[in-house]
Ligand binder design. Structure first.
Ligand code: HEM
Length: 392
C-alpha cells in the first residue's frame, strides 16, 4: 500500500480490501502500525464513535515519543497540536459551538459574491494565455485569498501562510524539524494577528472571535485549524474535480449545458475522488468491534473516506461518475462531531470556480496525457500537484 501506483489510483486496492479485509492492520510509509477501515458503514460508524478518541493526550500515550508521529506531535506548540481535530467532548463541543457560531452560514453566504470576484480576477489574469497550470495559478490561490479576506489578513502574507500549512498537512513526507518549525511560525504569525486585532477591530472573523469566551491558546488554535483545514483541501478538490471532468467529457458537456447541475455535481465530485483521503487519526480507548474484526484498545485507526465513498453497498455503480446522482450521504467532509466546519465555504468556492471556468473557457482541455499528471499524496490528503491545461 501507499506506493506510487496506489497514490494515482487507490480504488482497485480499496475494492479488494472492502471484499477481503475490510478492517485490516497495515503499516504506514513511516512505519506506524495502523488499522485501516474501508467499508462505508464501518467508516461512517467509526467517524461518530466516541470510543475512537481524537484526544491528543491519548495519542501521545499510544504513539509514544519514539516514532516520527509522536516526535512530530511533541515538536509542535500546544496551539497547533491541540485543536478541534485533536479533542474529544466536552472540550471539543465547547470550542466547536463557538467556531460554528462565528463561521455562520450567513457569513459564508455573504462571501459568495466575493468568491465570485476573486475567481473572476484569477481567471482574468490568465485569460490571454494559451496554456496554464490550473492548480498553481488558479486552484491554490483561491482558498488562501479567501481566508485572507475572512480573517482580514494582508494578501502579501498569503505565500508564507501557504508554505506553513502545506508542511503541516504533510506530516508523513516532511522532517520532524520542518514540521515543528512550520507550527511555531504559524503560531507566532497568528499571535501577531490577534494582538493587532485587539487594537483595531473590524468586520472579520478574528474580531468576532475576540468577543467570545476564549483563551489566547483557544483563539490561535481555532484560527490555525481553519487555515490548515481549508487550503490544500479546497485546492485539491478543484484540481481533482477538473481532472475527473476532463476524463468524462460527456459529463462535462452536461454541466456546460446545464449549470444548475453545479451544486449536485460538486457533491458527486467529492464522492468520486474527494481530497481528504482518510479521516484524521483516531485512537481506540477500548476494544472496538467492527463485526468481522475487533480492534484492540490502544491502537491507531484510519477510516478511509475515499474507499467508503466508492462502496457499492452504499452507492450503486459507485465507480461511475454521474453528476446527476444524489450523493449527499458521501463522507468526503466526514461525519459526526468533527464534520467539516468549512464544508459550506468549500462548496461555494468549488461551485464558483467550476462554473466560471466552464463558462469562460468552454473548450478548455488537458495539455498533457492524464498519466503524466503528477499526484501529491500525504496520509490524509490526495490531489493533483499540477494540472496543465490549454484554455482555448
Ligand atoms: C473541499 C474542501 C474540504 C474538505 C474535503 C474537507 C474535509 C474535512 C473532513 C473530512 C473533516 C473531518 C476529519 C475527521 O473527522 O477526521 C474536516 C474537518 C474540518 N475542516 Fe474541512 N474540508 C474542506 C475544507 C475546509 C475549509 C475551507 C475549512 C475552513 C474553515 C475547513 C475546516 C475544517 C475544520 C476546522 C475541521 C475540524 C472540525 C472539528 O473537528 O470539529 N475545511 N474537513
Amino acid at each position: 500500500m501507499f506506493d506510487p501506483a496506489f497514490v494515482r489510483d487507490p480504488h482497485p486496492t480499496y475494492a479488494r480490501l472492502r471484499e477481503t479485509a475490510p478492517v485490516c492492520a497495515t503499516v504506514t510509509p513511516n512505519g506506524m502500525r495502523v488499522w485501516l477501515v474501508t467499508r462505508y458503514t464501518d467508516v461512517r460508524a467509526g467517524l461518530a464513535d466516541p470510543r475512537l478518541s481524537k484526544d491528543v493526550v491519548t495519542a501521545r500515550d499510544i504513539l509514544g515519543d519514539g516514532g516520527d508521529e509522536g516526535k512530530a506531535l511533541l515538536a509542535l506548540p500546544p496551539s497547533i497540536a491541540v485543536n478541534l481535530l485533536s479533542m474529544d467532548a466536552p472540550e471539543h463541543a465547547r470550542l466547536r459551538k463557538i467556531a460554528t457560531a462565528a463561521f455562520t452560514a450567513r457569513r459564508v453566504r455573504h462571501l459568495r459574491p466575493r468568491v465570485a470576484e476573486i475567481v473572476d480576477s484569477l481567471l482574468t489574469a490568465v485569460a490571454g494565455r494559451d496554456r496554464i497550470d490550473l492548480v498553481t495559478e488558479i486552484a491554490r490561490p483561491l482558498p488562501i485569498l479567501l481566508m485572507c479576506e475572512l480573517l482580514r489578513l494582508p494578501v502579501a502574507d498569503a505565500d508564507r501562510l501557504r508554505g506553513w500549512t502545506e508542511t503541516l498537512v504533510s506530516m508523513s513526507t516532511r522532517s520532524v524539524a520542518e514540521y515543528g518549525a512550520a507550527g511555531h511560525a504559524l503560531h507566532d504569525y497568528l499571535t501577531g494577528v490577534i494582538a493587532d486585532r485587539r487594537v483595531s477591530r473590524g468586520d472579520d472573523l478574528v474580531s468576532d472571535l475576540l468577543d467570545e469566551d476564549l483563551s489566547e491558546l483557544d483563539l490561535v488554535s481555532l484560527l490555525a485549524v481553519m487555515v490548515i483545514g481549508g487550503f490544500e483541501t479546497t485546492a485539491n478538490l478543484i484540481g481533482t474535480a477538473l481532472l475527473a471532468l476532463f476524463d468524462h467529457p460527456g459529463q462535462l458537456a452536461s454541466l456546460r449545458e446545464n449549470p444548475s447541475l453545479l451544486p449536485n455535481a460538486v457533491e458527486e465530485l467529492i464522492r468520486f475522488d474527494g481530497p481528504v483521503h482518510m479521516g484524521t487519526f483516531r485512537y481506540t480507548r477500548e476494544d472496538v468491534d467492527f463485526g468481522v474484526t475487533t480492534v484492540p484498545a490502544g491502537e491507531v485507526v484510519m477510516l478511509s473516506l475515499l474507499s467508503a465513498n466508492r462502496d457499492e453497498r452504499q452507492f450503486a455503480d459507485a465507480d461511475r461518475l454521474d453528476l446527476s446522482r444524489v450523493a449527499g450521504s458521501h463522507l468526503g467532509f466526514g461525519h459526526g462531531a468533527h464534520y467539516c466546519l468549512g464544508a459550506a465555504l468549500a462548496r461555494v468556492e468549488c461551485e464558483e470556480m467550476l462554473g466560471a471556468l466552464i463558462s469562460r473557457f468552454p473548450s478548455m482541455r488537458l495539455a498533457v496525457p492524464p498519466d503524466e499528471i503528477p499526484w501529491q499524496f500525504t496520509l490524509l490528503t490526495r490531489g493533483v500537484d499540477r494540472l496543465p491545461v490549454v484554455l482555448s
